[in-house]
Design a protein around this ligand. Sequence first.
Ligand SMILES: *Cc1c(COP(=O)(O)O)cnc(C)c1O
Ligand code: SF4
Length: 353
Amino acid sequence: MALFTKPTPAVSPNLPLLPDAAELPPSSWRQALRTAVRDPAELCRLLELPATIVPAARRAAEKFGLFAPRGYIARMRIGDLNDPLLRQILPLADELLDVPGFTEDPVDDGAAQLEPGLLQKYCTRVLLVTTGACAVHCRYCFRRHFPYSEGPKSPDQWQPAIDAIAADATIDEVILSGGDPWTIVDEILEPLVRQLEQIPHLRRLRVHTRLPIMVPERVCDSLLRWFSADGTRLTPICVVHANHVAELGDDVADACNRLRRAGVTLLNQTVLLRGVNDTVEALDELSRRLVEIGVIPYYLHQLDRVAGAAHFEIPEHEGLRLIAALREQLPGYAVPRYVREIPGEKSKSPLYD
Ligand SMILES: *Cc1c(COP(=O)(O)O)cnc(C)c1O
Ligand code: SF4
């Protein structure tokens, strides 16, 4: 049985990757995902927003459901439709517009698939799409149309991907991605990592996740058992995904601190989003807070041109102006690399002024 299911087929968790809830001890993070808000009317009630926005939100949510943990909603301002956190999760009629240039697979993941669930675009590192489930549905998500249901659905179906990694000695890093890998329970993730550890040429284990931001209690002892300097011979690197300083409260700082004390290198990636973080001030505050809680700003991503997200796009020349201003007021390590993904390139492509 699924620990939680999502209301839309657009992104369906690759269950049964999660064992039956009855077999597992109760855990507050799973509870936080199970009780996440999925109904636009409830979101409006919680935040005292006008009910008039519900019909459009419901229509947009038919394609890609609303999904937001209550702890994240609690960081939003009451009654403010322009709240930068709300904008990331509220389905809007704008998503239904067909905008030229915005497509279902803008980064050509389809062409990068080596085995079911295994993508390689860049040399020396591969990406495992572990699940379609996430802790939140980001309206701008570039994988919102990804065919998760075609990927592996149970741990034994990972074998072809693991064999392919074992057969290629040029690969020294595995990236657990998704969806969000940390929506999967440790009872599944730990054995996967123990298998990866057996591959002698692997050196690093990277996780891309929003859980430490969305549901910070996910950074629990059973996670650190396999994802820490002492818990695995692979060097653990965690790339979180924060877009705004209001996401980084004290509970998030504590989660980052737990990871850091466990010897995990922490990086952040941000997507440049209209109405969320498209000012010098917003990006400056975000970088300062990240550094304060021990997270290095890694990438600022130009929006991938995925169908349904056109209203979030900031033109590149505007992004370049923001980065130039940041460079003048922040230490070099606090200025993220401004990049975009161009299908077929050998790395993310830096944007320069
Ligand atoms: C972005 C991405 C990576 C990671 O790239 P880095 O520049 O190393 O952070 C790896 N594989 C795929 C398929 C990616 O899209
Ligand atoms: S957490 Fe990542 S994969 Fe999931 S919806 Fe957000 S951007 Fe997409």
